[in-house]
Design a protein around this ligand. Structure first.
Ligand code: HH2
Length: 270
């Protein structure tokens, strides 16, 4: 069994492929399977270690979709990506099971195994990699006045508990990475603090994945209080800052640019 830190050396890039009409940044761009497949293939050519295929938006305010609709969106894309490194962005056991059968190697669950009681068993039986992400509340309401006494400690405490849950459910620790969940029930300042204090999360001993790409905090820090997205240049700065603080996997929309930025950061780091 290859540990997740061997499969994904630091830094590795995860390319985002949203097969949705309503994702916060690229909604509708890859809704047709052939467009999603083309986009995912390009990301792999550009240096993505894996592409994360999702059929449900989790943007602030979103409602969620049924398993049937999620499957209808992602299955043709997964079939078209056979043989390529794929992750499935889902919290539903049924969707994950199908995706793993079609060759996905990682399950990216933004609910950290709280959304569907059947998901842990699906991941364990398939021997898949797993990403556990922190989210306060649910997408529909999560941005309504999030408060923490100590955001880094609370996120780490949550992920420590979810990691223990996953391991108890039969998923080996070596196959799991952790994610502070940038933008999932956090203010802009809390998002930046989570990256600044990444050492608190790294102390749990698992590789960390961060998805800051294009998120609204990047637009807000540049002075637009109503921003719903961030620019490419701001996303690259966030990726490099996260990498320099110890992040292993960067989940991004702009693969080529991020791979280039990280190559320079890595060269400087030696
Ligand atoms: N962010 C989004 C979705 N899934 N998964 C992980 N592990 N970490 C993240 O930060 C993360 C995630 C939101 O981004 P995106 O997929 O582009 O948007 P949407 O949820 O609107 O489809």
């Amino acid at each position: 069994m290859i540990a997740i830190e061997q499969r994904f050396p630091r830094p590795s890039v995860m390319g985002v492929v949203n097969v949705t009409p309503d994702s916060f940044f690229d909604g509708g761009v890859s809704l047709r399977p052939e467009d999603a497949i083309t986009s995912a293939r390009r990301m792999v050519d550009e240096g993505a270690a894996i592409v994360d295929v999702g059929g449900e938006s989790t943007r602030p305010g979103s409602e969620g979709v049924s398993a049937g609709e999620e499957l209808r969106r992602v299955v043709p894309v997964l079939e078209g990506l056979a043989g390529l490194p794929v992750s499935i962005d889902t919290s539903k056991a049924e969707v994950a099971r199908r995706a793993l059968a079609l060759g996905a190697e990682l399950v990216n669950d933004v609910t950290a195994l709280r959304g569907d009681p059947g998901l842990a068993e699906v991941v364990a039986e398939a021997g898949a990699y797993l990403c556990l992400m922190h989210m306060r509340g649910e997408p529909r309401t999560m941005q309504a006045d999030p408060r923490y006494d100590d955001v880094a400690a609370e996120v780490a405490g949550f992920l420590e508990e979810r990691l223990a849950f996953a391991v108890a459910a039969g998923i080996p620790e070596e196959r799991i990475c952790l994610d502070p969940g940038i933008g999932f029930g956090k203010t802009a300042e809390q998002n930046f603090e989570l990256v600044r204090r990444l050492d608190v999360l790294l102390a749990l001993g698992r590789p960390v994945l961060v998805g800051f790409s294009r998120k609204s905090s990047l637009g807000r820090i540049l002075g637009d209080a109503e921003a719903t997205t961030g620019s490419l240049s701001a996303s690259l700065a966030a990726a490099v800052a996260a990498y320099e603080r110890g992040v292993t996997i960067l989940r991004v929309h702009d693969v080529r640019e991020t791979v280039e930025a990280l190559a320079v950061a890595q060269a400087v780091g030696g």
